[in-house]
Design a protein around this ligand. Structure first.
Ligand code: GSH
Length: 216
């Protein structure tokens, strides 16, 4: 049995896939791909025509899109299950996954984290307008999650689910910005949830090592 994960070291979506692999106890080979490079190999584009990361290959079965990868890992491998069995909590988990991808990834990671933390500490130009836009959108997204979270103590119930695994890396990056940390603190259920997730072993062991000069 071979599992290969093609990903980029700082990519939040690759982190989510690694977090799920760790939770399921699946050993895998990591193949580094920088999706922002001009010379992404043709062989990778054959695997992921949209030039994003991550992509997974399990015994010849190829799959990309992080939500599909983590659901596949949960269903194809033994270990504790990461999806509620009952229709309503499962629907809630799927709703949260979709909200994260559609409305939170860009503001939390690509606008606030990238411009407030990552780019500025690398000495790259950052854009204050992007940070402002990201913070405005983050408020809407975090409020929606605060309403949906059941505080149970995980997002969708008493057990860890794929929703927690999808959100925690994004919140991890977002709260590296002081404004992000403050916005989270103001939301009681999310703040309690974050205390739990931020100290989870699999979250900590998969956390990317950011480049020197950038706190991790
Ligand atoms: N819908 C994709 C999104 C993946 C994604 O956007 N990955 C980022 C890194 S975290 C990427 O590859 N970015 C390259 C780019 O934007 O050009 C998924 O769920 O896997």
């Amino acid at each position: 049995m071979t599992v290969e994960l093609h990903g980029y070291r700082y990519s939040v979506y690759s982190w989510i896939a690694r977090f799920a692999l760790e939770e399921k106890g699946v050993a895998y080979r990591w193949i580094e791909i920088d999706p922002f490079a001009d010379d992404v190999p043709e062989s990778y584009l054959a695997l992921h025509p949209f030039k994003r990361v991550p992509a997974l290959i399990h015994d010849g079965f190829q799959i990309y899109e992080t939500g599909a990868i983590t659901r596949y890992l949960d269903e194809a491998f033994a270990g504790h299950t990461l999806q509620p069995a009952e229709p309503r909590p499962r629907a809630r988990m799927n709703q949260v996954l979709s909200i994260i991808d559609s409305y939170l990834y860009w503001p939390l990671v690509r606008q606030v984290f990238a411009h407030r933390v990552f780019r500025s500490r690398l000495g790259w130009p950052s854009d204050a307008t992007e940070i402002d836009k990201g913070l405005t959108a983050a408020v809407v997204g975090l409020d929606a999650l605060e309403r949906l979270a059941i505080g149970g103590p995980y997002l969708c119930g008493p057990e860890l689910s794929l929703a927690d695994i999808h959100l925690a890396p994004m919140i991890g990056y977002f709260t590296m910005a002081d404004e992000g940390a403050s916005l989270l603190k103001e939301r009681r259920k999310l703040d309690d949830w974050w205390s739990l997730l931020a100290s989870r072993k699999s979250y900590l062991t998969t956390r990317p090592q950011l480049p020197e000069g950038v706190d991790s």
